[in-house]
Design a protein around this ligand. Structure first.
Ligand code: NAI
Ligand code: MG
Length: 356
C-alpha cells in the first residue's frame, strides 16, 4: 500500500471548518479504496499565529513542508492582519518557494448546482482554467516613490519571462491535447503592448508543436462577456495570473458559487509539494457559525487524489458532491439549504460509503 504525507494548513476563519470535513472525506475515501494510506500533519499557521508570533508561519516553515507529498490549505487572511501580509507571507510564499506555477481551476456546473445565467448546464459550463501562478502581474515587482508627497508615484510591473510564459502555455497545450479539447488563450495585446503582445507571440509559437489542438484567442474583456453569454466556447483556457484570478471568480459564480470552487497549485515536475485549496477566502462574515459550505474543500481534496495518481477516487468524490447537490436535502445556506458544515460533510461521506 502506498503511503502519502499530507501537510494540512487549516488557516483562518472558515478555513478550519471546511478543512475538517475535507480531511474526514479523504480519510474515508482512502479507507474504502484500500490502495493508499494518507498521513496528515497539521500546521497552526495563519493570522492567529501571526498575532502571537509576529509571523505567518515558522521561520523554517518552507523547509518543514518540503518532505510532504501534498499540502491541503483552508484559507488565509483575517481582519486584524493586513491582507497583503497574510497573503504574501504564507500563501504566495508557498506558491513561489515551491514553484507551483500552474493553478488549475475547474469550472463545471454540476447537476443540482445553482447557476446565475439562464440555460446554464453541465454541457455548456464545463471549463478548465489554467492560470499562470508564479509571475505576471503578481510578481511583486514595482516601486513606491515619494511616498506621501504630492508627487507620489507607484509602479506595479508585470513580469513575463520567456521561461515562465512558455511553460504555462505548454502545460495548457499538453492538458488540452490529452483531453482532446480546444484551448483558448486570454490576453490583452491591444492595451498591454509589451507583456500581452509577448504572451500572444509565445502562444502562437507553442501552438505549432500541437497541430492537433484547436486554438482560440480572446481579449480579456471580450472573454468576460462570452463567459456569460456563451460559456460553451471555453474548454481548456490558459491565462495570466491577474486575469485568471478575476475570471475564475466569475467562473466560480457560473459553477454554483464560492462554496463550490476549488483550485490546485501544481509543481508539475514534482520537485516540491503541490497545494490544494478551495479558492474562497476565510469568509469572516460567516466564520464560527458552522454554516460554511465544505463542498469546495472536498472538491480540492478530489484534485489532490487526481494529483497522487488516483483519478478514479477523484472522480468518485465529484460524483458524491453532485449527488449531494441533486438531492437538495442537506445543503448549507449559500446553496439555499439549512444544514451545517459538518452535516454536509457527513452526507457526502454517507454517499461515498453507499457508492463503494
Ligand atoms: P471570501 O471568499 O472569504 O468571501 C466572499 C463571500 O463568499 C462572503 O460573503 C462569504 O461568506 C462567501 N463564501 C466564501 N466561501 C464560502 C463558503 N465556503 N461557504 C459559504 N459562503 C462562502 O472573500 P473575501 O471576503 O474577499 O475575503 C475574506 C478574507 O479572505 C480576506 O482576508 C482575504 O484576503 C482572504 N482570502 C484568502 C484567500 C485564500 O486563502 N486563498 C482567497 C480569497 C480571500
Ligand atoms: Mg482570487
Amino acid at each position: 500500500m502506498d503511503t502519502f504525507k499530507v501537510a494540512v494548513i487549516p488557516g483562518d476563519g472558515i478555513g478550519p471548518e471546511v478543512i475538517d470535513e475535507g480531511v474526514k472525506i479523504m480519510k474515508k475515501a482512502a479507507e474504502l479504496d484500500g490502495r493508499l494510506q494518507l498521513e496528515f500533519t497539521y500546521f497552526p499557521w495563519g493570522c492567529e499565529f501571526y498575532l502571537k508570533n509576529g509571523k505567518m508561519m515558522d521561520e523554517d516553515g518552507i523547509e518543514q513542508l518540503k518532505s510532504f507529498d501534498a499540502i491541503y490549505l483552508g484559507a488565509v487572511g483575517y481582519p486584524g492582519v493586513p491582507d497583503h501580509i497574510s497573503l504574501w507571507d504564507l500563501l504566495l510564499k508557498i506558491r513561489k518557494e515551491f514553484d507551483q506555477y500552474v493553478n488549475i481551476r475547474p469550472i463545471t456546473l454540476l447537476n443540482g448546482a445553482p447557476c446565475p445565467i439562464t440555460g446554464g448546464n453541465k454541457e455548456n459550463i464545463d471549463m478548465l482554467f489554467i492560470r499562470e501562478n508564479s509571475e505576471g502581474e503578481y510578481a511583486g515587482a514595482g516601486d513606491w516613490l515619494f511616498k506621501g508627497k504630492p508627487e507620489e508615484v507607484v509602479l506595479q510591473t508585470g513580469v513575463f519571462s520567456r521561461k515562465g510564459t512558455e511553460r504555462i502555455i505548454r502545460y495548457a497545450f499538453e492538458t488540452a491535447s490529452n483531453a482532446g479539447k480546444t484551448l483558448t488563450s486570454i490576453s490583452k495585446g491591444n492595451a498591454l503592448n509589451y507583456s500581452m503582445v509577448f504572451w500572444d507571440q509565445v502562444f502562437e509559437q507553442v501552438s505549432k508543436e500541437y497541430p492537433q489542438v484547436q486554438t482560440y484567442s480572446y481579449l480579456v474583456d471580450a472573454a468576460a462577456m462570452y463567459m456569460i453569454k456563451d460559456p460553451a466556447r471555453f474548454e481548456v483556457v490558459v491565462t495570466s495570473n491577474l486575469f485568471g484570478d478575476i475570471l475564475t471568480d466569475l467562473g466560480a459564480a457560473l459553477g454554483g458559487g464560492m462554496g463550490l470552487a476549488a483550485g490546485a497549485n501544481i509543481n508539475p515536475e514534482r520537485m516540491f509539494p503541490s497545494m490544494f485549496e478551495p479558492i474562497h477566502g476565510s469568509a469572516p462574515d460567516i466564520a464560527g457559525k458552522g454554516i460554511a459550505n465544505p463542498l469546495a474543500a472536498i472538491w480540492s481534496a478530489s484534485q489532490l487524489f487526481d494529483f497522487l495518481g488516483f483519478n478514479d477516487i477523484g472522480e468518485n468524490l465529484i460524483s458524491c458532491i453532485e449527488k449531494t447537490l441533486e438531492e437538495k436535502r442537506v445543503l448549507t445556506p449559500d446553496l439555499g439549504g439549512s444544514a451545517s458544515t459538518s452535516e454536509v460533510g457527513a452526507r457526502v461521506a454517507e454517499i461515498l460509503t453507499e457508492m463503494a
